[in-house]
Every structure is written in C-alpha cells, then in structure tokens.
Ligand binder design. Structure first.
Ligand code: XMP
Length: 315
C-alpha cells in the first residue's frame, strides 16, 4: 500500500539510483514543493546545491525563515542576494505581463550565472507536480490568461538532465512528504505565493518604498489571520497596494494615503475561487491595525469578487 512512508522510500531510492555520484542543482523559492524537494535531496545523500534567489519581492522575514529551516535540515543552500538587480529590471515598468517577463528573465540570468560559477552539474531538479504535468500538456495552443512564472518554470534547454521526483504526486502528498522530512509547519502549510512575489501585488511601478509598505501591511494581515485561527481556513490571503490615494484625516490635517486592498479566497483548485466570508470583527481589526501601524495606508478595502470574473491576484 502507498503510505507516505512508502512513497518517501521509493523516491529516495529513485533519486539515489538516478543521480549516483553526479551533482544536482535546484532552485528553491520557499514554497512547499521546492523546499520539500531540497529536503528529499539532502536526505538521499546526493551531492546537491539548492539556490535561493532573493529577488527582494519576498514577504517579511521570508528569506531568513527558509534559510534557517533548510540549513537546519541538512540542505546545502546558497542564498543569492539579487535585490538590486531585480529592482533595476523593474524600474519604470507598470504593465503586469512586462513585470513577469522581466522577473522571469532576470531570474534565469541569475540562476545561470550560479550554475556556471558553481558547476558543473549533471542534473537540474524541479518540483513539478502531476497537475503541472497535465496543465502544461493541456496548455499548448490554449489561450493563457497570465504567463505564470515560478521556479518550476526554468526553461528546459539550460543543458541539464531534468530530475522531477514529484511528477506523479499531488500537492497533498507533497505536504505529507514534507511532514515526514521535517519541514516546519509554517512553511509546510503556507499559502501559495506567486513566483514574481510582491511585484504583482503592487499595481503600477515597483519601488523599494512601495515594497516596504506592502510588506508590512501583508505581514499584519497574515499575522492577524493566524491569531484569529483563520489562516488555515482560507486557501490564500493577500494584500494589494493600489496606486490610488484617498483623503483622510490625521489629527486635524487632511492627508492622502494609499488605498490598500485585502483579499482572501476559498478554492479547491485555484481555477475558480470565492471570496472568504471573514468575520466583520476581524476585518475591522485588520483595518485598524494596518492604518495604525502603516501610516502610509489611508484606507483599507476588502475584495468581494469571485473568480471568475476576477482572478485571485490583482495583476
Ligand atoms: P490567478 O491570479 O490567476 O492565480 O487567479 C491563480 C493562482 O496562481 C498564482 N499566480 C502565480 N503563481 N507565478 C506563480 O508562480 C505567477 O506569475 C502567478 N500569478 C498568479 C496565484 O497566487 C494563485 O495562487
């Protein structure tokens, strides 16, 4: 019978047999799939290098959390600080698809430089799951709504042999493997986060200042969801910084602050989604806390649009 223990054993044996004494390179994003893959490689004992590209579009404390957890579990991790490079690539860019394109392009560039300077590597490991395999088979010719960029999206012609141990698994099974391999719960049960990160949650140009505002607001929203025991009841929760400014009062002065949108959704498969009926008391506290602790935000709104017609992200 296919218990998670049994699957793990099979995967470990498969990796050891295929890789032998060769070297494996992989990119980790902090998401469950790539983190679990890194742990699998570490546990299998093969010679590996996990690369975490810090594009500066991460959530508060995310890099440190991933770094700490993976290193503690024996992953050979290289963190590349590429913040300045990504910000430069995004300078002046407002179009969502152009943002994704530039981020994807910069990511591949940085990753290839690492591959060259740390190489040679025979294998490139990717955390491709069964639904990704199906989806990309079905995607050919179909109109795509967004050009998803993520670390599983490295081009196939980088000159490596692909190692995709999870290609027959579903997300739930990877979460079970993650549990067996010791991935801490906050990482294991974390909501999905887009590869282009906070860049697609800032409408308009991405700047360091806007990133900082969004990062703080996002952290307050997420922390509050956890405090209220609501985090695990929604599939994804996010904050979006809009380029709108609205008027408010601070003391006896008029002040223009950012309009920040909060969104939380329930969904089975992320193809369709409904907005989460969060308690009004919760929303009230979120708005108060965010405007108090992030004074650049003047107004907080809650998104009550389903997918379709809206998407989960705002860009
Ligand atoms: P949408 O916004 O299309 O999102 O309803 C569906 C799911 O995909 C995530 N998403 C992305 N993930 N790169 C990613 O890796 C992307 O460019 C991207 N855009 C959206 C989104 O967060 C949601 O989980």
């Amino acid at each position: 019978d296919w218990t998670p223990e049994h699957i793990l054993e099979e995967l470990l044996r498969g990796v050891q047999e295929r890789v032998g004494g060769e070297r494996v390179l992989l990119a980790v994003s902090g998401g469950v799939d790539s983190s679990t893959l890194a742990l699998l490689l570490a546990k299998s004992g093969v010679d590996h290098l996990a690369v975490f590209v810090d594009h500066g579009l991460l959530r508060l404390g995310e890099r440190e959390e991933v770094e700490g957890a993976l290193r503690a579990l024996g992953v050979n991790l290289l963190v590349v600080d590429a913040k300045a490079r990504f910000l430069k690539a995004l300078k002046g860019v407002e179009d969502p698809e152009e943002k994704r394109r530039r981020i994807g392009h910069t990511f591949v560039e940085v990753f290839q430089e690492v591959a060259r300077s740390q190489g040679p590597f025979r294998f490139l490991a990717q955390g491709t799951l069964y639904p990704d395999v199906i989806e990309s088979a079905g995607e050919k010719g179909a109109a795509k709504i967004k050009s998803h960029h993520n670390v599983g999206g490295l081009p196939e012609d980088l000159g490596f042999e692909l190692l995709e141990p999870f290609r027959l698994l579903f997300k739930d099974e990877v979460r079970e493997l993650a549990l067996l391999l010791g991935l801490p719960d906050p990482l294991r049960l974390r909501h999905p986060f887009p590869g282009p990160g906070l860049a697609v949650r800032i409408l308009g140009e991405v700047t360091e200042e806007r990133l900082e505002i969004l990062r703080r607001a996002d952290d307050l929203f997420t922390s509050l969801l956890k405090e209220w025991g609501l985090y695990d009841q929604v599939a994804q929760a996010l904050a979006v910084l809009t380029p709108l400014r609205s008027v408010g009062v601070a003391g006896d002065e008029r002040r223009y602050g950012h309009v920040l949108a909060l969104r939380a959704v329930t969904t089975e498969d992320f193809m369709t989604a409904d907005w989460a009926r969060l308690p009004l008391e919760f929303l009230d506290e979120a708005a108060r806390r965010i405007t108090q602790k992030v004074p650049e935000v003047g107004r907080v709104v809650y998104d009550i649009t389903a997918k379709p017609p809206a998407t989960i992200e705002w860009e």
